[in-house]
Design a protein around this ligand. Sequence first.
Ligand code: FAD
Length: 507
Amino acid sequence: MELFWHRRDLRLADNVGLAAAADRSAVAGVFVFDDDVLAHASDVRVRRLLDGLAALRDEYCDRGSDLLVARGDPETVLPGLADALDADRVVWNRDYSGLARERDAAVRKALNEAGIEREAHHDAVLHTPDSIRTNAGDPYSVYTYYWRKWTDRETDPPAPTPEATDLVDADALAATLEGDDGALADGGVATDRVAVGDLPAPADLGFAEPDADVGPAGTAAARERLDAFLSEAVFAYDDERDYPAREATSRMSAFLKYGEIGVREAYEATEEAMAAAEARAEGDGGSDGDGDAEDDGGPVAAVEEYQQQLAWREFYTQVLYHNPAVVTENYKAYEEGIEWRDDPEEIAAWKRGETGYPIVDAGMRQLREEAFMHNRVRMIVASFLTKDLLADWRHGYDHFRERLADHDTANDNGGWQWAASTGTDAQPYFRIFNPMTQGERYDPEAEYIKEYVPELRGLDADLIHGWHELSPTQRANAAPEYPSPIVDHSERREEALAMYKRARGED
Ligand code: FAD
């Protein structure tokens, strides 16, 4: 028997480590609630994790097995459990973030000391963080060049899904654990903290039920959503993806974050969509059929643009892998350091979605209600926090980390540092989003704004997009409950430019 340790791969299908273990022997799956990880969690993410685990457990149960659930330090839980189950080996998939790598090193050491074999696999990304480098052998810090190499590489096919016969029977698991309490206790694990199948409630882990609806979880839901997206919306993705009211993106981020769908499976599905787009383009006589998306335009380019987003995820994964300090530090150092203003009241108004800038407030309220925010709006609210409120990006990152169901250290950090002009492929500091024109361009009818800002529902889009230009009396008449802008964008833009120039030592 082998023990497979699930972490950010809550699935049976296209799971590289699990498939490798199942190829050799019967497998028992375990998830460990690690107190060190829980210390960084939030109500939203605990709810989302538990939903993902419930779906994973159903998959085990459907195959006559069950999911082992433990709480404690993996350094002691895993050797104890492997011993109790008489497992030959503990297997897992690598997690590339700094904290996880430290934890994995400690677990490796503990298993070695206990004389138990272990094996780690590459699974979370198509191309490992070490595999794509510049010709000089350095990691990439510019996405465009990274993408060119990423898209030219061969990809592995999805890993096979274990059959029922590959998994340890649920009754056998329960019987072994019951009879082996002593062995577990010897391993340093409180026996009442290892269970077959039983999942805790958020309160058991010290968290509350979130107000936000965290959305569907699990492999079946992920596949359903991806299939629906790739059968239609993807073909207009390049034209539509920036418009938050159009629901033109895949909403795959939380599924990918928890690994409820494998990247090989997801990528293969995009390749099939690409082939369908090429066939369609040839049928229309609109393509030279060489598969070169840049020349073809239309649906082929749209699918490629979607693949580029999957590559952004891998780009930021390798940025974090090679630069673990970016979690708390600027990737790009400014000579004099940035003197953030960090006004607590302004930051609090931003969090509440009460800045008086409609598109910013709509985004912050979507985040509160859905534990999600559209990508274009994430960029707008991040620019507003850092360049209109002159607040340190870490305030925004911490808030997103608490509220996003799809929070992913690499992507969240990459997004924030991009917006703050401190990142790898950063937005130049002098390019500052204007929140009013962004709203006008990407939500022209103010549909997205009205969905999340009920105070503005009765107003024409023109009035909403011109909110900053109205007099206090006009505002009070039009939407008395909605705040006036808390800052003047033109003034703050100049102050932001001066702040960055000082940081660059140009003042
Ligand atoms: P789609 O447009 O359908 O994209 C498909 C997938 O590609 C996404 O699910 C995601 O896995 C990946 N992807 C798309 N855009 C990016 C990107 N810019 N960077 C990295 N991967 C990307 N994404 C997260 O997954 N977790 C985060 O915590 C996160 N925080 C962000 C914070 C800020 C300030 C910004 C500007 C962006 C952040 N993003 C984050 C990236 C992006 O906004 C989300 O991935 C996207 O909105 C999710 O919606 P979707 O699945 O419909 O995206």
